[in-house]
Design a protein around this ligand. Structure first.
Ligand code: BGC
Length: 510
């Protein structure tokens, strides 16, 4: 071999060594990157852990806070708002009633014909519209003019609907799914906005009056006979179908619960006169807080970056508006710590870009190569060619975040059952008498609505499973979690009917 040959051979050897070193370096880096990512996952799992012992602490805290919120105004982060709904629909409601449902990204107008028997809705007409984004942060007048115009269009398009007789008006149940303070069942003043709405001049104003004024501006003659929260509509519809329904929960864009409370337990409003001895209480549980809640650095950051920091803490761990963003934050952290997702995508910095339905779709992707996961990472986050093990990692992150949310919601529900003595732990509903014999537990139905529960199977399964773990098989067999459909719309029309000035319908003492 000549000099040139030797030099060439030596050059090739050096090059081979460099390539090998680079490859080894990459493998080592990838390994240590993978290790760092697994550490992030481990920390997330630890931070989100909800063993049954911790859930029971949340149950107790929820029941304690409910007491405190009923004892005095401002006594708890749970507002425990009075609704002045003493009676729930029985099935005797009859006639045509309207409902308006405003509470998330869409709003709906409904016309419902009630047949005068339980579960006898004979006609249902619904019009659904997205709320233009700019109206969510504009002025009261703009928002309500838009709503009143849509309502008027709906009424003007009606065919074969009899005009109200002389001296009568169309009656409307208005579902307004934000916290408001009531002094009657048909009016209330807005306490604060949630779920991304922010119209400052509306806070403190009477919601029904704002709608009533907008309707007069648009020349629409309709009367708001009931102003309700969406949980209350869900409870009304649940009770209409099944009279053992005692509480209702919404787990959708936001989350909240209401239930029937004994009037004498509402200490902050002594001497409350009710026809039934009970009242529906809107808990506004989205604002529940307890040191027992498993909180991670992602929750802390999400809260700090939100328009309502230190507010709606429970909601920010549970509801559809936020779960996707928690997952985004975890993936961003993993990307910052390693290169398993390739170069850091700028999309990972965009708040709320990963929506909860996408989390559900990734979580429930059962294709062998997790194609849906790959597609969502590519289309939404612009992260391409993600290997299978990294896709699996993303599914695991969705699982951890969703599992925590569902289990906390279950603990919240059991907290309500505990407060009203339906959790089998004592009082009239004690499952076991002191002698060890079995006492009869009352059948207890909780109506649940919202996309997370109805459309996200894994969420629903985790919630149902946690209910059984907390309550035990015996007690859990008496508690029925029932998905209702469109309580926030139909429930409002039912309450419009049972609170109607003109109708002959009657309502049950609860
Ligand atoms: C609101 C509640 C509402 C819940 C579900 C929360 O953000 O504060 O009033 O019931 O969302 O829509």
């Amino acid at each position: 071999m000549g000099k040139v040959g030797v030099a060439l051979a030596a050059g090739c050897a050096v090059a081979a060594c460099v390539v090998a070193a680079v490859m080894v370096g990459r493998t080592v880096r990838r390994r240590s990157g993978w290790r760092r990512v697994l550490r992030v996952l481990e920390e997330l799992e630890e931070g989100c852990a909800t063993p049954v012992g911790r859930l029971r602490q949340v149950v107790d805290a929820m029941a304690v806070e409910m007491h405190a919120g009923l004892a005095s105004e401002g006594g708890s982060k749970l507002k425990m708002l009075l609704t002045f709904i003493h009676n729930l629909p029985t099935g005797n409601e009859k006639g045509i009633y309207y409902a308006l449902d405003l509470g998330g990204t869409n709003f709906r107008v409904l016309r419902v014909k009630l047949g005068g028997e339980r579960s006898s809705i004979t006609e249902l007409d619904v019009d659904r519209k997205p709320i233009p984004q700019h109206l969510m942060t504009s002025t009261t007048e703009e928002l309500f003019d838009f709503i009143a115009t849509s309502l008027k269009d709906f009424v003007e398009k009606e065919e074969n609907v009899p005009e109200p007789s002389q001296g009568e008006r169309r009656e409307l149940g208005f579902t307004f799914s934000f916290p408001f303070k009531q002094i009657s069942s048909s009016s209330g003043t807005l306490i604060k906005w949630t779920k991304g709405f922010s119209i400052e001049d509306m806070v403190g104003r009477d919601v029904s009056q704002c709608l009533q004024e907008a309707m007069s501006r648009k020349g629409l003659d309709m009367r708001v006979t009931a102003l309700i929260n969406d949980t209350v509509g869900t409870l009304a519809l649940g009770h209409y179908h099944d009279e053992d329904t005692v509480a209702a929960v919404i787990i959708g864009t936001g989350t909240n619960a209401c239930y029937l409370e004994r009037a004498d337990a509402i200490i902050k409003c002594q001497g409350l006169l009710t026809t039934s001895g009970s009242m529906v209480v809107n808990m506004e549980w989205g604002n529940f807080w307890s040191s027992h809640l498993p909180r991670t650095s992602y929750d802390v950051d999400l809260d700090a970056d939100s328009p309502n920091p230190n507010d709606q803490g429970f909601e920010k761990m549970i509801s559809g508006m936020y779960l996707g963003d928690i997952v985004r934050r975890v993936i961003l952290r993993m990307s910052l710590e390693s290169d398993v997702f390739g170069l850091i995508s700028s999309k990972l910095h965009v708040p709320f870009i990963l929506r909860t339905p996408m989390i559900a779709a990734m979580h429930e992707d059962d294709s062998p190569n997790l194609e849906e996961v790959g597609r969502i990472l590519q289309d939404t986050l612009e992260i391409s060619e993600v290997p299978l093990n990294v896709r699996k990692l993303v599914v695991k992150v969705c699982d951890v975040v969703t599992c925590r949310a569902a289990r906390l919601a279950a603990a919240g529900i059991v907290g309500i059952l505990k407060k009203i003595g339906r959790d089998g732990s004592g009082g009239i509903t004690n499952a076991k008498s002191k002698g060890g014999g079995s006492m009869k537990m009352k059948r207890t139905v909780v109506a649940v609505e919202g996309g997370l529960y109805t459309n996200y199977t894994m969420f629903r399964e985790y919630l149902n499973e946690a209910m059984v773990q907390i309550l035990g098989d015996d007690v859990a067999s008496h508690v029925i979690i029932k998905a209702t459909e469109d309580g926030s719309g139909i429930g409002a029309s039912l309450l419009a009917a049972s609170h109607s000035a003109s109708s002959s319908s009657t309502s049950s003492g609860i």
